[in-house]
Ligand binder design. Structure first.
Ligand SMILES: [Zn+2]
Length: 119
């Protein structure tokens, strides 16, 4: 169950559970803070292999929850939701071992990819 409306929703199929979990956790926190009715998600989408979440009415605490799920999204197959092992390098998206076989793109190990970013 998604606890609130997302005005523009463009997330890949494989991230549905992740987005639902994020919404559930956000809703709990917002309720605790008394902000549930003031909170709006303007847009949720995938960009450069990670979740992008644009909202209004959140706090540092909700931002922290969102950051955690953005991190999860990088390692979640955008096709089926399984843990991602690979990332495509043309249009950047994470895929699991099984789904990467159907993708016509150059792919690299996801661990290698994010290791390069950290250096
Ligand atoms: Zn997959």
């Amino acid at each position: 169950m998604i606890a609130f409306d997302i005005l523009e929703y463009e997330c890949p199929e494989g991230w549905t559970k992740l987005v639902n979990d994020l919404c559930a956790e956000l809703a709990l926190k917002l309720e605790e803070l008394g902000l549930l009715n003031d909170y709006v998600v303007l847009q949720a989408k995938e960009k450069f292999g990670e979740l992008r979440w644009y909202d209004n009415g959140g706090t540092d605490e909700t931002d922290e929850i969102i950051r955690k799920y953005v991190e999860f999204s990088r390692f979640t197959c955008c096709e089926c939701g399984e843990p991602a092992e690979y990332i495509t390098t043309g249009y950047i998206s994470p895929y699991c071992e099984k789904c990467i076989d159907n993708i016509d793109d150059t792919a690299t190990s996801i661990d290698e990819y994010y290791k390069c970013w950290e250096e």
